[in-house]
Write a protein that binds this ligand. Structure first.
Ligand SMILES: [Fe+2]
Length: 388
């Protein structure tokens, strides 16, 4: 994310004295990635963001610690509507981890309540809003989000989720690193290139700062060692200004412009983000392949080096007809299983010129482990739907 932004009260030169009218000096915080060697932002707090009043250890609220290898190897249809709901229905405590490996976690959440303050120091999070509207409040300000938004929350951003039109149903992809546009679409200086399926104009950042002077504020903190609660002496949202290239931002999947061809285009043309050990792709309404003899639904494929997770967000999914897959479904096709169009779907596509599907795909390069929450929400008949 190399698109520079600036909000609020920032001094003309970095690392110089900055204070309010009464002479109170602001605390400068550098939020920098890869040890001062990659993108960063500078934030100016009214008070020290380091002032802690208390610290305590917490258990993992998302259930990811009980994920195990998926044995026997099983293609799955996970119905998000059947995922066990949480006693704390918000976008942080209410997450149910479904699939995970050492690079990435996939979780589902249904939120009717606002979340508490949260900071994930393990890596960036991508929250795909399937339904509902809300506001991501963070040290960088307010970012209004809604259905179809990919919301990228950089690692270590203190934030909370406010529900304005609920419930919010969301797919959460938590990385152990940074989530960025594919390198193939970036110039060597970081600008999105002409052949990229989206550009900087499609990315929305925070619109206004939040000033809060509450004291002794709890923040749920996640790092590689687990979960903790820090009590901050001063509210983290005491920022008077910031600038830089690290901040939460949103891209609506409808702003992803599809790349089509006369014969089938492979999934990399749908790539939207990259992250360590995985890629994220967007399948959006588009023209079907237009060669007169083109087979319009995907061929069988064996995913030799990846596990494939697809979330079906909207529209109809012709290649999956008869499988039970519908809006809100997740399919999980692990490496070692050969998957392809459902019986009859090639014939059903012959007179079609468009597909109206909207789906999000995560391909991981290492095998995923599965949680009981995902097993319990799986359709037991799905693995055998190609044999009908
Ligand atoms: Fe596939």
């Amino acid at each position: 994310m190399a698109h520079y932004r600036r909000m609020g009260n920032v001094p003309p030169k970095r690392h110089t004295h900055h204070h309010d009218e009464s002479g109170h000096r602001y605390a400068e915080e550098l939020m920098g990635q890869e040890g001062f060697s990659a993108n960063s932002s500078l934030l100016y707090h009214r008070n020290s963001p380091s002032a802690l009043a208390d610290i305590e250890a917490l258990d993992d609220p998302s259930g990811s610690s009980i994920a195990t290898a998926d044995r026997p190897l099983t293609p799955r249809h996970i119905r998000t509507g059947s995922v066990t709901s949480s006693a704390l229905p918000d976008l942080v405590d209410g997450r149910r981890t479904l699939l995970t490996n050492d690079d990435v976690e996939v979780a589902w959440a249904v939120a009717t309540n606002d979340s508490g303050l949260y900071r994930n120091a393990v890596g960036d999070e991508l929250v795909f809003i399937h339904e509902g509207r809300g506001t991501l409040e963070s040290v960088f300000g307010r970012l209004d989000v809604g259905s179809g938004d990919y919301v990228v929350v950089p690692a270590a951003t203190t934030h909370r989720w406010v529900v304005t039109d609920g419930p919010i149903r969301a797919l959460i992809i938590a990385s152990r690193g940074h989530i960025a546009p594919p390198a193939k679409y970036l110039s060597r200086y970081g600008q999105l290139l002409e052949h990229a399926p989206y550009c900087e104009r499609d990315l929305r950042g925070p619109t206004e700062l939040i000033e809060n002077d509450t004291e002794d504020v709890p923040v749920l903190v996640r790092n590689r060692g687990g979960w903790s609660r820090h009590i901050h002496r001063h509210h983290p949202f005491d920022v008077v200004g910031w600038d830089g290239c690290v901040y939460p931002h949103a891209l609506n999947i409808a702003d992803f412009e599809p790349i089509v061809g006369s014969i089938h285009q492979p999934p990399p043309v749908h790539q939207t983000f990259e992250l360590p050990g995985a890629v994220i792709c967007s399948f959006v309404p588009r023209l079907f392949d237009f060669h007169p003899d083109a087979v319009k639904v995907p061929y069988h494929h064996a995913n030799t080096d990846s596990d494939e997770v697809l979330f079906y967000a909207a529209g109809n999914f012709m290649s999956r007809a008869g499988s039970g897959i519908d809006v809100g479904s997740i399919s999980y096709h692990p490496a070692g299983f050969i998957h392809g169009p459902q019986p009859g779907s090639i014939e059903g596509s012959l007179d079609k010129t468009r597909t109206e599907e909207t789906a999000v795909m995560l391909d991981t390069f290492a095998p995923l482990r599965i949680t009981d929450a995902a097993r319990e929400a799986s359709d037991p008949d799905y693995p055998f739907t190609w044999a009908r």
